[in-house]
Design a binder for this molecule. Structure first.
Ligand code: GLU
Ligand code: MG
Length: 636
């Protein structure tokens, strides 16, 4: 989850005093990097995935599952046995927000060859095995997006009470500080977000109204010091800590482009794909022990790190703050970066005008300058005493400080100083799937899509405000089958493409409304005669023209079949499958409550599926190999 510095974290009051210093030097650091590497060309296409995991303990005797607070310890051991003794170790491990979380990536980025698609799943398996080998028999490493009973009494092992009144990072009624990773970055972020905002974060997720769910649904909180009654909305599941959001897991992919302009082009094109793939990957229907009416984590995390003051949120007139800010730091992107995106930039963009002028004075073009000046309206949230004065020519911590706490659907990443890494973009909306097979399928789908975008010079751009509307639809329950999404009708730029992948002015500004229309995910992914060709048919024809060995082709086609069937609704999303499991559970009282026993049975099943001990055709088709029978992948 970003930059980890060591040292003594400053309080919010102290950090605030240095905010302008961090911004000024962050900009200098950005300019230094930009000037050194702006002309860099011909970096090769490389990419890598990031998978986030939770540690889950099964208490079979009491039929209860809990999150194990051992992420830090495990990270030390995994790194000690891996990257620290062998620079070519196949996996890399990183801390994540929850003390029950850990993140794994491949040891080296993947390159541009097709054959590498055939190694993705093996690498993910290796990670699962490596981590599992450190765990006791009753503990598993699970790729679940949200833990259904996160924040319910006794959800951690060891158990800790929340501390709403005492001094603490979250002051949550539900989420104990011990569940936050012990690295000071994480608790400092938590505390400083709360202090900057001037109150606890407030997350309200609509509850799923089942037959016996009380109407209105209003909770009374024991231990309530008063404010909750106001913050908790009726008919909503109320949560009050960063952990409810950043304590969720996701699946991300980062690409290195061959030049800055290719990175900007990919950033824009993929931004339009974010809501589509998020809906396709939906895996997070349950929060704090209740069934919700949403399928994705996105809005929950967004609210969980919303550090804006009342003034910035427009609830009070601006007095002590500079800007009215329309979104949380964790949200969708606000501007396209490539020249062909410019005409679709229709969202009001709040920027730091001084930074914008400085950047343009120094030769940065308008689109990139406004992007950076927009990220830099935010304050730094953490600062370490030892890291205030830096060498701007060779370090980038102040730039990264602001950059890495702008958690947007896409991230545009300049190369680190003095490295041979190129310009990169990160694709961040996907929810993590239960199995390595599914995670590989989603990752390979997105990577192949980038190849196709670049090879065929595709253009998905629509007004960014429409992408934002899509983001809202994407999180709704069953969006994959019921949602309608704005999508471009003609994605072949047919001749309007300049060498750098951006369109020329040939189609001007005429008739924008005609360019896009509402489509279902099925139409977007699988195509519909006379309406849209479909992304998968395009990928398939690309694959037909590529030289690929038989085994790799078979693997890729199997992945694409999963995507195809998820998009058509023939296979369930994880969110739908999780909902159906709960709905059919014998103990479920149609009251939207997920009891300890339901949670236990659910997680046992998820873990069996992930470890290939049982099949789950509703979710996976017949693609999974089951260990006992030793079957290799068979086509779906
Ligand atoms: N866990 C966060 C999510 O689900 C992402 C944290 C990160 O940026 O690594 O989106
Ligand atoms: Mg992460």
């Amino acid at each position: 989850m970003g930059l980890l510095s060591h040292g003594s974290p400053l309080s919010w009051e102290e950090t605030k005093k240095h905010a302008d210093h961090v911004r000024q030097h962050g900009i200098t650091q950005f300019l230094n990097i930009y000037n050194k590497v702006k002309e860099r060309q011909k970096d090769v296409l490389k990419w890598g995935d990031e998978v986030e995991y939770m540690l889950v303990a099964f208490d079979h005797e009491n039929q209860k599952v809990r999150l194990v607070l051992k992420g830090e310890e495990m990270l030390d051991t995994l790194q000690g046995r891996g990257e620290k003794i062998n620079p070519n170790h196949p996996t890399l491990w990183r801390p994540e927000y929850g003390s029950y979380m850990i993140e794994g990536t491949p040891g080296q980025p993947y390159g541009g060859t097709m054959a590498e698609f055939n190694t993705v799943e093996d690498n993910m398996r290796k990670r699962r095995q490596e981590a599992s080998s450190l765990l006791l028999d009753n503990v598993s490493i699970c790729t679940i997006t949200s833990f259904p009973r996160l924040g319910c009494p006794g959800f951690t092992l060891p158990e800790f009470p929340p501390t709403p009144v005492e001094q603490g990072a979250s002051k949550s009624l539900f989420f104990p500080d011990e569940a936050i990773n012990k690295h000071p970055r994480f608790s400092t972020l938590t505390r400083n977000i709360r202090h900057r905002r001037g109150e606890k974060v407030a997350i309200n997720v609509p509850i799923f109204k089942d037959r016996n769910t009380p109407t209105p649904f209003i909770e009374r909180f024991a231990n309530d010091p008063g404010a909750e009654a106001k913050a908790a909305l009726p008919d909503h599941i109320y949560m009050d800590a960063m952990g409810f959001g950043m304590g969720n897991c996701c699946l991300q992919v980062t690409f290195q482009a061959c030049s800055i302009s290719e990175a900007r082009y990919l950033y824009d094109q993929l931004a339009t794909i974010c809501p589509i793939v998020m809906a396709l990957s939906a895996a997070a229907p349950f929060y704090r022990g209740y069934v919700s009416d949403i399928d994705c984590r996105w809005g929950v995390i967004s609210a969980s790190v919303d550090d804006r003051t009342k003034e910035e949120r427009g609830l009070e007139p601006l007095k002590n703050n500079k800007y009215l800010i329309s979104k949380s730091r964790y949200d969708s992107i606000d501007s396209y970066l490539s020249t062909c995106g410019e005409k679709y930039n229709d969202i009001d963009l709040t920027i730091d005008k001084d930074i914008y002028s400085q950047l343009t004075r120094e030769g940065i073009d308008h689109l990139l300058a406004q992007h950076i000046a927009h990220l830099f309206i935010r304050d730094p949230l953490t600062l370490f005493e030892e890291k205030i004065h830096l060498d701007d020519a060779n370090e980038s911590d102040h730039f990264e400080n602001i950059q890495s706490t702008n958690w947007q659907t896409m991230r545009f990443k300049p190369p680190p100083p003095n490295s041979d890494i190129g310009w990169r973009v990160e694709f961040r909306p996907m929810e993590v799937q239960l199995t390595d097979f599914e995670n590989s399928a989603y990752v390979v789908f997105v990577v192949l899509l980038t190849r196709v975008i670049l090879s065929y010079k595709l253009d998905f751009l629509i007004p960014l405000s429409k992408v934002d509307e899509n983001m809202k639809v994407a999180q709704k329950r069953d969006a994959v089958r019921q949602g309608m999404f704005y999508f471009k009708k003609d994605i072949s730029k047919a001749g309007n493409v300049a060498v750098d992948g951006c369109c020329t002015a040939a189609n001007g500004t005429e008739a924008e409304t005609e360019e896009y229309t509402l489509m279902s995910i099925d139409t977007i992914i699988n195509g519909k005669d006379g309406v849209f060709p479909g992304l998968l048919p395009i990928l398939n024809s690309y694959l037909e023209n590529m030289e690929v060995d038989v085994d790799t082709r078979c693997t890729i086609l199997n992945y694409l079949k999963l995507i195809k069937k998820r998009a058509s609704g023939e296979l369930m999303t994880a969110a739908r499958w999780l909902r159906e499991f709960v709905a059919c559970h014998g103990d479920y009282k149609q009251d939207s409550v997920i009891t300890d026993k339901i949670n236990y049975d659910l997680l046992v099943r998820c873990n069996q599926i992930a470890n290939e001990q049982v099949s789950c055709p509703e979710l996976l088709g017949f693609s999974t190999r089951i260990k006992q029978s030793g079957n290799k992948n068979t086509p779906l």
